[in-house]
Design a protein around this ligand. Structure first.
Ligand SMILES: [Zn+2]
Ligand SMILES: [Zn+2]
Ligand SMILES: [Zn+2]
Length: 516
């Protein structure tokens, strides 16, 4: 059965406390129906012992009508695995007579609550909500490359590149080296060459993808963990300066002043932050060159070649002063630039592939580096108990240590220890790149509302229902807890989410097959 805990193994059903923490984490949901029954209950000759989980299941599904209403609730909450439970009511009040009319009251709902999706972007916390976020990120990036969602299709003709900006070296680490299609030795050096701490500078292994050694330092004492976390913390500032340097480099290459270039072109971008195995953030950025006037094509001098040189120049020149001293913090030597085209093939990437690539990283953070990094580290004890490789623990400890320094208070390193210092948004874009997450959510809300209440229903700009003319909405809500009330509910919601995902996949394949 592995690490999956068994529900109903001798635990007495108890009233569950209501609090901010999820009652049943998605990861603890049993994945095997065999676990639903205790051995005694599976044995027809044994005593008819019924597990608490089975009792909870019967209580939920015993009444088909009530069960169907509960399933509908889970469906409306997007199969969220840790929904917020809210109790309350919404009334419409007549502005003339003051008369109140209830339009929604949760006392009649299953368990007297409404389920509200958690809306997280992190797949490790709630897979169904993260999937919605991923799909939005895809649409947002793709619209900026191919048009749509209010973006003109002419953007497809603008110079644009997918650029990966990496962090510099903070010390030698084990790495996957591929040259001419072959995996090479990690670190060739003479065996007798050692670092000041007596560790060999050599690694004769050929690491393959998924090797846990990848990204780990050859010597933990040689690796500059403090500078690494400060770099993570300052990565958003480094990006901000890079955008300024890029504009200047473009102007210089075009033989214009920065002001004149600003009258002709504008740089638009969308970028996502990803953690490398060594715990350093790197950015994948879609960079597009537009005309300053959005109704015109970019000037003839604005080419992909010019943009390429300008990005390389800006990335090499830019820096942020390091508050720990030493040289300024800049980008690493590895700068990968790839052209994006309408037709995929060769070196070029299609708009859809780039969008899928960026969206994939939008739902991830540090959780793949260590267990326990999905929540903030609030005290020294949590830091000491962190179930992480030594390297990751040292990065988190560097955040804790430097976070206590008054001169570095602005970097908020203690609060961001679980993010290894990085405090920026995972996905960001310039204002003119394309649509926004907010607009995509509003459109989805409006679509759902119109499907449920008809196309003429009045909605506000966020896609929320408006009360009829002459009425005002009065709402009162109370927090009733987070997550599902019982293990059985969590398990049912989890299997509904799996079914919905399978159905979506099948529909997707059918649409593609029909189109082909
Ligand atoms: Zn959720
Ligand atoms: Zn190695
Ligand atoms: Zn060393």
């Amino acid at each position: 059965m592995g690490r999956v805990p068994r529900f109903g193994s001798g635990r007495a059903p108890s009233p569950r406390p209501q609090g901010a923490t999820p009652l049943i984490a998605a990861a603890t949901v049993p994945t095997d129906t065999d676990q639903l029954l205790e051995p005694a209950a599976r044995d027809p000759t044994g005593p008819a012992a019924v597990s608490p989980l089975l009792r909870e299941l019967c209580a939920r599904a015993g009444n088909p009508g009530r069960y169907e209403r509960w399933r509908r609730q889970v469906r409306v909450a997007g199969y969220c695995q840790q929904p917020v439970r809210l109790a309350g009511r919404v009334e419409h009040g007549d502005t003339q007579t003051g008369e109140l009319r209830a339009v929604l009251d949760t006392t009649g709902h299953p368990d007297g609550v409404l389920l509200k999706a958690c809306g997280t972007r992190r797949a490790a916390r709630c897979q169904p909500c993260a999937e919605v976020y991923r799909a939005d990120a895809y649409q947002l990036v793709k619209a900026g490359l191919a048009g749509g969602k209010g973006v003109p299709e002419t953007v497809a003709g603008h110079p644009r590149l997918l650029v990966t900006f990496t962090a510099p070296s903070f010390g030698p680490v084990h790495s996957l080296r591929v040259r001419r299609g072959r995996v090479r030795v990690c670190r060739p050096a003479r065996p007798e060459v050692r670092c000041p701490h007596g560790q060999p500078r050599r690694c004769g292994l050929r690491h393959l993808p998924g090797d846990p050694a990848l990204g780990m330092p050859l010597c933990g004492d040689c690796y500059d963990h403090q500078r690494a976390v400060v770099w993570n913390a300052l990565a958003p500032e480094l990006w901000r300066r890079t955008a300024i340097y890029l504009h200047r480099a473009l102007a210089r290459l075009a033989g214009l002043t920065a002001a004149r270039a600003g009258e002709q072109v504008r740089v638009a971008y969308a970028k996502v932050a990803e953690y490398q195995a060594r715990g350093a953030v790197h950015y994948h950025a879609v960079i597009r060159l537009d005309a300053a006037d959005p109704d015109r094509p970019p000037p003839a001098w604005a080419t992909v070649e010019l943009l390429t040189v300008a990005i390389r120049t800006a990335a090499a020149d830019v820096g942020v002063p390091c508050p720990l001293g030493g040289p300024p913090l800049g980008w690493g030597d590895q700068l990968d630039l790839r052209p994006i085209s309408d037709h995929a093939g060769g070196e070029e990437l299609s708009a859809g592939r780039v969008a899928g690539y960026v969206a994939k990283y939008a739902t991830k953070a540090t959780e793949h580096l260590a267990v326990g990094l999905d929540r903030p580290i609030r005290n020294r004890r949590q830091l000491e108990e962190l179930d992480a490789p030594d390297h990751v623990r040292r990065l988190a400890a560097a955040c804790w240590l430097l976070g206590g320094r008054a001169d570095l208070a602005g970097l908020r390193l203690r609060r961001r220890g679980y993010l290894l210092g990085f405090g920026g948004h995972t996905i960001t874009k310039s204002r003119h790149y394309s649509t926004s997450f907010q607009a995509l959510r509003a459109a989805r809300r409006a679509w759902t509302a119109r499907r449920l209440h008809g196309s003429a229903v009045p909605l506000d700009q966020d896609g929320r229902l408006l009360p009829p003319a002459g009425m005002v909405a009065v709402a009162s809500w109370q927090y009733a807890g987070r997550g599902y009330r019982t293990g059985a509910d969590a398990w049912l919601a989890w299997s509904m989410a799996q079914d919905a995902r399978d159905a979506r996949r099948i529909a997707h394949v059918e649409v593609r097959t029909r189109a082909a």
